[in-house]
Write a protein that binds this ligand. Structure first.
Ligand code: PLP
Length: 376
């Protein structure tokens, strides 16, 4: 394998619920969940059953033929969003963003606005929208016509968006930047400003969507309707799947021949996604996520630990800001005591556990956090 990830220190072999085991048999509470992916944890019986049944029936069709799970999933996603529109399935978040970007070109405009610190993926178009210089610099030149403005800054938005802007793309919470939450009213302002100039508002919900923030979609918490939103990560229940969802007439910007992907809407992954959505709904996991997330935030705050500078986030996407400690050292110390946590920024730990995380496991992590801080 290429050396683009560095060398991972841990080889994982199996998982069950919120726990994973490495190849030496050590058990960890998984507070990373494959980077905000495994919403139902590992080896959830409903997912195993759905995948087994579908793969025994039909594993792949291509997009020359329609398949029932994909169609049902598209309808289900729109229902959950409470919107009319259309879905295009992809295999990853970056591809969902590329799809949104290509849709925006169909407006006849090409100027794009994105945010500093924002992350939208690694393919060339998505990378152009990503506002993190170290990831962009080795791959210049990128797409022309993209401006990055500070995240959360309404004045900068007003200045950047004009009648030639095709779209503004933004994460409801910046995940990869360290779980950065924008000021109240920011997404509403983004909606107003884009509408005023006839520009599309693209919400990148790849990380925040499907229950993670304690609502099916982040935009539902702030009462904003995007023109386009993107999903991936949690969508396939651990299998690769993304989606670009266009609301209302925006969905008609593509006509046959404009875009496609061989595997998009694969029936096995769609069956897994449907089973996952059903389980999240029937097990009340959206509400559970909101409640357990609040417990973790309050618990970490109440520790009053000198090495904790603050906690931020919503639902089960949480950033713990450190003081006087390096996140990589804290994560290494936590790993030794049986917790997987993600050192997303040098001084920020990200928690993105499965939505099935129990109250007890959350409390146990909070209680053991000081020993990871002190052991680092
Ligand atoms: N958009 C957001 C908000 C993300 O967090 C990510 C991945 O972290 C992506 C897009 C890219 O997704 P993928 O890694 O599946 O290409």
């Amino acid at each position: 394998m290429m050396n683009n990830y560095g060398t991972p220190k841990l080889a994982l072999e199996r998982g069950e619920g919120a726990y994973v085991w490495d190849t030496d048999g050590n058990r960890y509470l998984d507070l990373v969940s494959g980077i905000a992916v495994n919403a139902l944890g590992h080896a959830h019986p409903a997912i195993v059953a759905a995948v087994t049944e579908q793969i025994g029936k039909l594993a792949h069709t291509s997009n020359l033929y329609i398949n029932k799970p994909a169609l049902e999933l598209a309808e289900r996603l729109l229902d959950l969003a409470g919107l009319t529109g259309k879905v295009l399935f992809t295999n990853s978040g970056a591809e969902a963003v590329e799809t949104a970007l290509k849709l925006s070109r169909r407006t006849g405009r090409s100027k794009l606005v994105a945010t500093t610190g924002g992350f939208h993926g690694r393919t060339m178009g998505a990378l152009t929208l990503t506002g993190q210089e170290p990831k962009r610099t080795p791959f210049q030149p990128l797409l022309p016509g993209v401006t990055h403005i500070p995240y959360g800054d309404v004045k900068a938005l007003e200045d950047a968006i004009d009648d030639e802007t095709a779209a503004f793309i933004v994460e409801p919470v910046q995940g990869e930047q360290g779980v950065v939450v924008p000021p109240e009213g920011y997404l509403q302002a983004a909606r107003e400003i884009t509408t005023k100039h006839g520009a599309l508002l693209i919400l990148d919900e790849v990380q925040t969507g499907l229950g993670r923030l304690g609502s099916w979609f982040a935009f539902q918490q702030v009462g904003v309707v995007p023109d386009i939103f993107t999903l991936a990560k949690g969508l396939g229940a651990g299998l690769p799947m993304g989606a670009c969802i266009a609301v209302g007439d925006n969905a008609n910007l593509f006509v046959p021949g404009h875009h496609g992907t061989t595997f998009g809407g694969n029936p096995v992954v769609a069956a897994a996604a449907l089973a996952m959505i059903n389980a999240i709904a029937s097990e009340g996991l959206v509400e559970h996520t909101a409640a357990v997330g609040k417990e973790i935030v309050a618990g970490v705050e109440n520790l009053g630990h000198p090495n904790i500078a603050g906690v931020r986030g919503a639902g089960l996407l949480i950033g713990i800001m450190l003081r006087g400690k390096k996140s990589a050292d804290v994560a290494a110390a936590a790993e030794k005591t049986g917790y997987l946590i993600n050192p997303i920024q040098p001084e920020v730990i990200r928690l993105a556990p499965p939505l099935i995380l129990t109250h007890d496991d959350a409390a146990r992590f909070v209680a053991d956090l000081p020993s990871a801080l002190e052991g680092s």
